[in-house]
Ligand binder design. Structure first.
Ligand SMILES: C[S@@+](CC[C@H](N)C(=O)[O-])C[C@H]1O[C@@H](n2cnc3c(N)ncnc32)[C@H](O)[C@@H]1O
Length: 364
């Protein structure tokens, strides 16, 4: 008889693991420092005004010099900012251009500041999380607060604006479905609305209806659509994905990075199926996690389990009778939901990105 050992972990010594933990603690502290610099406008000021002393930075941002100095020194010691000068008050700090892109350029695909915002928002109420873990309850998107919704929207915005258009145009049957004059598109779980806005900009002949359960997200997305000048063709509704009223009405139906958050994904997928015209594509974009559980896992798996612990699973569990999916929704799990929702099968579409997302098409 043979025994299969799945992903036998490399046994670390206590010393090795303590070293790894030290690295993680430093990483946690750096994320917190980045959060402060992002939210207090310190990176933005350094980027706009060039090298500054702590006194100049505090004056430029309406913050306190003593805190600004501690932060600047921490950032320089951590190798994020460059420091010049021996005297604490005369020392000037520079934000290198490459770091500025990652921390301040909201249009860059490398923009990472929202990850810090999301992690701080997720950890802001540890007692609610601990309580949920003990009772099987949840912490809803609404309880996490607007900061989490805004961070999620900001995290995905560059991809939706810069990569989604080419992904759709480069997939002939999706491009055909969206190109028809007067085509109608539905998006479920739109968050900040950037995917719908990007689709509307890419295909000027179509109209989009968005369906979302979170009122703050509907307001945020509506503001974003107004600023983008697309409200004549994009409407965001405070209506859950399972409650889409129209049947056989849409030429394409999308759900971007949200099915794994849904307490009742089967009901939503079934409503998406009914809302699509016969033959219209129903597309789910979700995390590109591995087909099967493998431990130890790669960075993507570690990141998705991390988000799941703090955000997606507690959010999904915040409704009674939840499926409790979590961020790590493997293809077989989605396939099971799709079959129960009345689909025949699903395909993975050949859409490339950084490796974070996978596009599934669900067939009736
Ligand atoms: C992780 S966010 C993704 C938002 C957006 N699609 C994006 O990629 O940035 C998940 C979103 O799904 C929404 N959501 C969860 N359950 C839903 C449902 N049943 N119907 C519609 N939206 C839902 C949440 O309110 C949240 O805005």
């Amino acid at each position: 008889m043979s025994t299969t050992v799945v992903g036998k972990p490399k046994a670390l010594t206590a010393e090795e693991f303590a070293e790894r933990m030290l690295g993680s603690v430093l990483g946690f502290m750096e994320v917190f420092g980045v959060y402060l610099g992002d939210r207090l406008g310190w990176y933005a000021a350094l980027r706009a005004q060039g090298p500054m002393t702590s006194t100049e930075l505090a004056a430029a941002t309406g913050t306190h010099e003593r805190y600004a100095r501690e932060w600047l020194e921490q950032q320089a010691v951590s190798g994020i900012l460059l420091a010049e000068g021996a005297d604490a008050w005369g020392r000037r700090f520079t934000l290198p251009e490459a770091v500025a892109e990652v921390l301040t350029d909201e249009s860059s695909l490398a923009f990472m500041a929202p990850a810090g915002r999301m992690l701080v928002a997720a950890c802001a109420n540890p007692s609610a999380l601990l309580d949920a873990y003990r009772t099987g309850g949840g912490v809803s998107w609404e309880q996490l607060g607007l900061a989490a919704g805004e961070a999620q929207a900001a995290m995905n915005r560059p991809w939706f604006e810069q990569r989604l258009p080419a992904a759709l145009q480069g997939t002939p049957h999706l491009d055909r479905a969206l190109s028809g004059r007067g085509a109608r598109v539905a998006e479920v779980g739109f968050g900040g609305g950037w995917a719908s806005i990007s689709i509307a900009r890419t295909y000027p002949g179509l109209r989009v209806d968005g369906f979302e359960v979170d009122a703050a997200s509907v307001e945020m997305a509506t503001r974003n659509a107004e600023a983008a000048g697309v409200t004549d063709r994009v409407s965001f509704h405070l209506v859950g994905g399972a409650e889409i009223g129209e049947q056989a009405a849409y030429d394409a139906v999308f759900a971007f990075e949200c099915v794994h958050d849904m307490p009742h994904p089967v009901e939503v997928l079934a409503a998406m199926r009914r809302a699509a015209r016969p033959g219209a594509p129903v597309v789910v974009m979700d995390e590109a996690v591995k087909e099967t559980f493998t431990a130890p896992g790669d960075e993507l798996e570690r990141m998705m389990y991390g988000f799941s612990l703090a955000v997606c699973l507690p959010d999904g569990m915040s409704s009674p009778g939840s499926s409790g999916t979590g961020t790590v929704m493997r293809p077989s799990v989605l396939e099971g939901y799709a079959r129960r929702a009345g689909y025949d099968h699903l395909d993975v579409l050949p859409i490339e990105d950084f490796g974070f997302f996978r596009f599934y098409q669900l067939h009736q």
